[in-house]
Every structure is written in C-alpha cells, then in structure tokens.
Design a protein around this ligand. Sequence first.
Ligand SMILES: [Zn+2]
Length: 299
Amino acid sequence: MKKKKGKMKALIIILAVIVVAGIGGNLYLRSLGRVTMPKFEKIADGVYAYSEALNQSNMYLVVGSEKAALIDSANGLSDLPDGIAEITDLPVIVINTHGHYDHTRGNHYFDEVYMSEKDADTFEMWNDPATLEDSMKESPALIQMIMEYQNKAIEEMPINENWKPLPEDGTFDLGGRTLEVVETPGHTPGSVCILDRQTGSLFTGDSITNSGVLLQLKESQPISTYIESLDKMQKLIDDGTVSSLYGGHAEFSIDLTLVPDFRKGCEDILNGNITSDDREKGVLEVDGLPIKFNPDRIG
Ligand SMILES: [Zn+2]
C-alpha cells in the first residue's frame, strides 16, 4: 500500500511538472511576438547598440548634434521611438544596410528611411509572408515551432513602403558627424556598410557578422563580387580608417581578422579547395562560423 502511494505521488509530481512546463512554454512562445522596450547600450562615443529577438537582429544608433541615425530597424518587435527617447530627443533617420525583413520591419516607426535602390526587389520579396515561411523549411522542427510565433508577429507589423534611395553623394550629415555609405554587395545586391570616421566604426549589416555570412540566397551575388566587398573593408582597416566592425547579428563587435579569414574561405570555395562534403552542403566553416553558398552558383 505504501509503495502504491509513493508511486501515485511521483506520478502527480510528474504530471504537475508537465502542466507547469506546458503553460510556461506556451506563455514564453506567446511572449516572442510581444513588442518590447529596447534598452540601447553605449558601445562607443555617441554610438549605442541593441539586439532584438531570437534572430538577434542588431541595431545601432549614432547620435550627431542635429540628428541621430538608426542603422537598421530589426523585426519591428521593439518600441524603437520610446527606447531611443531614453538616449536622445533629436530627430531620427533610419539607414537600412539592406532590404531583408529582419533589418527593415521596424521602419514603420519612422518617417525618414533610406535604403539602396538595388535592394528594392529583395525588400518586396521578403515582405511576402510566403518567403519568410519558405526560409524556415530547412530549419529543425523545434526551431520552426519556436520561430513560428515570432514570424507571425513580424508578419503582422505594418510595412513602411516609403523609403528613399541612399543619397547620391553617399553621406549623411548628422551635425558635427558624417556617416558614409560603403557599398558591399554579396549577401544582397544592395548591401552596404555604414562608416563613422569619428569612432572608426564600420557597421556591416549582414555583409559580415558573428553568425557568418549567407551567400546562398536567391538574391545573393557571386562570391567574386563578395570578395571585392571584403577587399573594400580590408582597405579601410589597413589604412587605419576602421578600427571596429559591428555586425547585423549575434555579438556586436567582430574580430577584424574575420575579414581576411572570410576572404580566404571564399577564395577556397571559388578555387575548389574545399571538401566535396562542404561543397555538397554549400557550407564552409571559417573560424567556427558558416559561409553559406549555393553549390550550383559558384562564381
Ligand atoms: Zn540579411
């Protein structure tokens, strides 16, 4: 009888744990779609950073004397005006490093938004919910389940179609501070980096990140084009203009050595100096990070 009671108790405890975990898990999943208050952290003189949501979409706020620029606006899951108001009350413009949804969906909070015209089609394509759903198909089932909640919330965000092309002279005057556009096609046709000479910072978007680089997308450019973009970054590092790289995903600060390492990786892919397994999978690991490419479109 005593044994039976003990068994019953264990069963009740197990059931209780399952119920509590289930409710907790469900609440957590639902919270993924909630708009939250961003807490920007200072990373350099007049430069602030914030990383949003499960896909760790990074945003950078650069403050001048007359204006502030928000470099990328992530998924739209943060109350950006309120978060920025904690730092500055200056007018804010948005500069998108490229047209992907996880860098542009927060644009709807702002009136003045800039993006490369070369990413107009990419922007349209990723605003179609089918593209986002398709992109999840290769992920493991658990990731798909978790991301489904977040993606649903992202899809419900308003889309700001009123973006302007990047200025012809490639500069943004923020008052006492000028940001410069550096074109770095590869991940997408219109990918750019944004240079802040004042702090020696280069904001790289998805052109190079601490989660690797994706060159396998439909809109990605040939690897040889991406190598030219890496060379541009390297030149800015070599002549002392750039001392810090800040990426569009994962940890903000990128080790400068990742640029030559990725360049070598890309050369190896181009020249066939990779294993047949890597080639088939379309992934080369460099410094523990993936360079993803399309094996049918190497060039
Ligand atoms: Zn991207």
